[in-house]
Ligand binder design. Structure first.
Ligand code: SF4
Length: 275
């Protein structure tokens, strides 16, 4: 009897299997968002050589190391300027930033708002797990008010960012929010973002059972149940009205999708005199 043949993973051509096993904890949502991203890349039908992925530091930031495309694992908070530079040097590339809320909105917050303001033609996927996961569960710019973290043991006294509102107010021309269990919506949204001409931002809510759930007595299964039962899809909603509260319902959907001149188009027109 010959050895049983292992089935081929449907995303094997996009995964660096030599890097497995991955580092993500049991119950973590990052892997699910990562596979949705790969599914979306595959579904666009665009030549893989036309993509590149950039990540910063953090659990989500490991994504760039597991993808079988040109990819860059950059320093903390610097994924967006790195991606913007790639896009300026190679405008025909489809540049994806795959990173976390800590990386993109704390240390990297300034880079985020200015890339959105310039309408740089990149796709930013932010896995929001409400905390700094990899470094031990410190409070983040997205941690809910009163939530417990390693650095706010009595509860977070601050107000978190509304990420879609921040993106839209900064000038992003595609803005959406999903959870890691809304897989079909998420894949469709990433496909739209990859085909969008301009700065596209997708927030994906995802559990961190190890560093957020454990401290806030919220097991991963409860987070997933909240994602299933307490989310309301409101496409086109004003980002200023979005809720992140389980009591009031967590708002998901595509909130902004419009065409505006991109950073390179504005540069060519103003600085190079192109029509
Ligand atoms: S620490 Fe949290 S975010 Fe990081 S891999 Fe573990 S569960 Fe996921």
């Amino acid at each position: 009897m010959g050895a049983k043949k292992q089935p081929v993973h449907p995303l094997e051509d996009l995964i660096r299997v030599d890097r497995l096993p991955h580092i993500w904890c049991p119950g973590c949502g990052v892997g699910s968002v990562f596979s949705s991203c790969l599914e979306a890349i595959k579904a666009t039908g665009i030549d893989y050589r036309k993509f590149t992925m950039v990540s910063g530091i953090g659990c989500s930031g490991r994504g760039a190391g597991y993808i079988n495309l040109d990819s860059f694992h950059t320093t903390h908070g610097r994924a967006i300027p790195f991606a913007s530079g790639i896009k300026m040097a190679k405008p025909d590339l489809n540049v994806i930033v795959f990173s976390g809320d800590g990386d993109l909105f704390a240390i990297g917050g300034n880079h985020f708002i200015h890339a959105a303001r310039r309408n740089t033609d990149i796709t930013v996927i932010c896995i929001n797990n409400l905390i700094y996961g990899m470094t031990g569960g410190q409070v983040a710019a997205t941690t809910p008010n009163r939530a417990k973290t390693a650095t706010t043991p009595y509860g977070n006294p601050e107000t978190p960012f509304n990420l879609p509102l921040l993106a839209a107010a900064s000038g992003a021309t595609y803005v959406a929010r999903w959870t890691m269990i809304h897989v079909r919506d998420l894949i469709h949204s990433i496909m739209e973002a990859l085909n969008h001409h301009g700065f596209a931002f997708i927030e994906v809510l995802s559990p961190c059972p190890i560093n957020y759930g454990r401290r806030n007595k919220e097991p991963s299964t409860q987070t997933l149940k909240n994602f299933q039962d307490k989310t309301i899809i409101k496409n086109g909603a004003d980002p200023a009205t979005l809720s992140m509260s389980v009591a009031e319902g967590i708002t998901l959907g595509k909130f902004v999708h419009k065409e505006m001149p991109t950073q390179d188009e504005c540069y060519a027109k103003v600085c190079l005199g192109e029509k």
